[in-house]
Design a protein around this ligand. Structure first.
Ligand SMILES: [Zn+2]
Length: 140
């Protein structure tokens, strides 16, 4: 975690040297949130979410807790961003783009079969496809 934070800081400082149109908008917001009213609750929450998501994007194989079945908010953020909100199952849909409020984080290798709750084992599933996924494993 310490090494990651140092790498993040190097990246963040390099980003600050770029012309404003080439900068990562999230890093600009991060800078604003760390510069002004830094102890406001929403500012702290935003920074916590942002750093944790960046960390999970950098280390998608990290499992946050043992026996964790449900993806956390931050894991869902990282999965959704990586998959660009598009359903990866394509059982009932053709890679539908899902609204943030309208998708499930699906275990690629099912949790019941030992699949871990990690960003790398998670994928965006639309609500039409996700209930269908189990069916594909049923032998009739
Ligand atoms: Zn789908």
């Amino acid at each position: 975690m310490a090494n990651w934070f140092i790498a993040f800081e190097v990246l963040r400082r390099a980003d600050e040297e770029l012309p404003v149109e080439d900068r990562d908008p999230e890093l600009i917001t991060y800078h604003e949130k760390t510069s002004h009213s830094t102890d406001a609750k929403d500012s702290l929450e935003w920074r916590h979410d942002f750093l944790l998501r960046k960390f999970l994007e950098a280390y998608p194989d990290i499992e946050l807790k043992d026996d964790q079945r449900l993806f956390t908010h931050d894991q869902r953020m990282a999965i959704y961003r990586r998959d660009k909100g598009m359903c990866q199952l394509n059982i009932k849909c053709d890679g539908a783009k899902c609204d943030w409020d309208n998708w499930e984080a699906d275990h690629i290798k099912p949790w019941a079969k030992g699949g871990r709750t990690t960003v790398i084992n998670g994928q965006v599933a639309c609500l039409a496809c996700n209930p269908s996924k189990g069916d594909t494993h049923v032998v009739i």
